[in-house]
Design a protein around this ligand. Structure first.
Ligand code: ZN
Length: 82
């Protein structure tokens, strides 16, 4: 059986690389019996989705910043075609 330390290490590694099926299985068994690690996984998932949302928002901001330039380019292309 995995220790909580190994389980949490596997959980953080799963963010960086796909886990081996044996690791997944061991982790699943551990999470089934360990409430503390389940909470850790939940927190990590929340953190990950928060980071994802933040990055998506940054991309959206970047596209807003690019907008005038992109618009000018589109207008230029349209004018060339007419
Ligand atoms: Zn645990």
């Amino acid at each position: 059986m995995l220790s909580c330390q190994s389980a949490s290490r596997l959980v953080s590694q799963s963010l960086d690389r796909p886990l081996h099926w044996q690791e997944k299985l061991a982790l699943r068994f551990h999470l089934a019996i360990c409430r503390h690690c389940r909470r850790f996984v939940k927190q990590l998932n929340q953190l990950q989705s928060a980071v994802k949302t933040m990055m998506q928002r940054t991309e959206a901001d970047a596209s807003i910043m690019l907008k005038p330039e992109a618009k000018a380019r589109i207008m230029h292309i349209i004018q060339q075609h007419h």
